[in-house]
Design a protein around this ligand. Sequence first.
Ligand SMILES: Cc1cc2nc3c(=O)[nH]c(=O)nc-3n(C[C@H](O)[C@H](O)[C@H](O)COP(=O)(O)OP(=O)(O)OC[C@H]3O[C@@H](n4cnc5c(N)ncnc54)[C@H](O)[C@@H]3O)c2cc1C
Length: 332
Amino acid sequence: MTPPTVLISGAGVAGPTLAHFMARHGFRPTIVERAGGQRSSGNPVDVRGPALPVAEELGIMPQLRAAATHATSMLVIDAKGRPAGRVPMPSSKSAAGNREVELPRGDLAAILQEAARDDAELLWDDTVTSVSQDGSGVDVMFEREAPRRFDLVIGADGLHSAVRRLVFGPERDFVRHMGVWVATMPLDGPAEYPHDVLMHNTPGRLVSIHPSTGRAMVAFIFRGPMVDGFDHRDTAQHKRIVTEAYADAGWCVPELLCRPGRMAGSRCSATRRPVCPCSATDPASPWPAPTPSPPLWPQARRTTRRPSGHTRQHTASTPTPSSAPPASPRRC
Ligand SMILES: Cc1cc2nc3c(=O)[nH]c(=O)nc-3n(C[C@H](O)[C@H](O)[C@H](O)COP(=O)(O)OP(=O)(O)OC[C@H]3O[C@@H](n4cnc5c(N)ncnc54)[C@H](O)[C@@H]3O)c2cc1C
């Protein structure tokens, strides 16, 4: 008997995992992924709780650990840029009995895709454009691939699922806004504090800089109602939403908002290429004019660097980054 075929839309976290387990149960999976290929890096996510036995069953724990971030604590920063407290991270290697792993989402997806490589056919850079079901199977049309027939079609294509839209109807009928927005953005290079997640928290609003593994990642996480006319592909609109939410924010937020980096995916399916007001010539730029930001570590003025390379903090009670703080005042 020929094995039943299954089309899985999306090669993110769920898609390749499902493909692997369905292949084990006698299915012949095909995965279609809109992206052109494997993407590494991205926002850090924790593999924990019920995800751990799945990862162990897949045999990918060594790969996950090899790709893990090295963040061990969260350092809370006040509006003036002063460290206010430190919280150890449960996924840090030093945590007792730790099995959890934190790694960039893109690396997690790449490891899962690799694990499913021998179990599934992978169609990159393509998407389903129509799905038509009858009593014995599903006819599928693709943007690029020739039409095919499958026994089963599964949507694992994320928050803005194409399969859900094609089979059940428009996204607005199925997606409920939970009152929280998330936008993420990579910085230009590696974090200066590779073991600390820097966090500035005010009621309903958080900004963090995560060292990740390559380029540091900024996350804006804030409460807010759904925006009328929200469009997950409208990057200029996303910039306006974030800018308005953080209009009066302290620390180095004004400077972060004008970083000439590339905003990555997010809950508001974020912004791809923000205009940097520091260099923008576009008078219609949605970004506010930059304002000077306070130094990140004012205490560093009181830090002396010994010839041996060790540093001595004169403000012993103040939390400091895990790595040595800079010898002169700095901006983020
Ligand atoms: C800031 C942030 C932090 C998070 N932290 C954690 C955490 O610590 N732990 C945790 O468990 N979860 C975390 N999550 C949630 C986690 O990222 C999601 O639950 C997970 O990514 C969902 O997996 P998925 O495979 O369903 O969708 P996704 O990971 O979104 O993958 C969907 C895939 O489908 C593809 N796709 C989209 N549209 C199409 C299309 N039309 N055709 C073909 N392919 C398409 C996309 O390119 C993508 O590869 C976090 C999320 C965010 C935003």
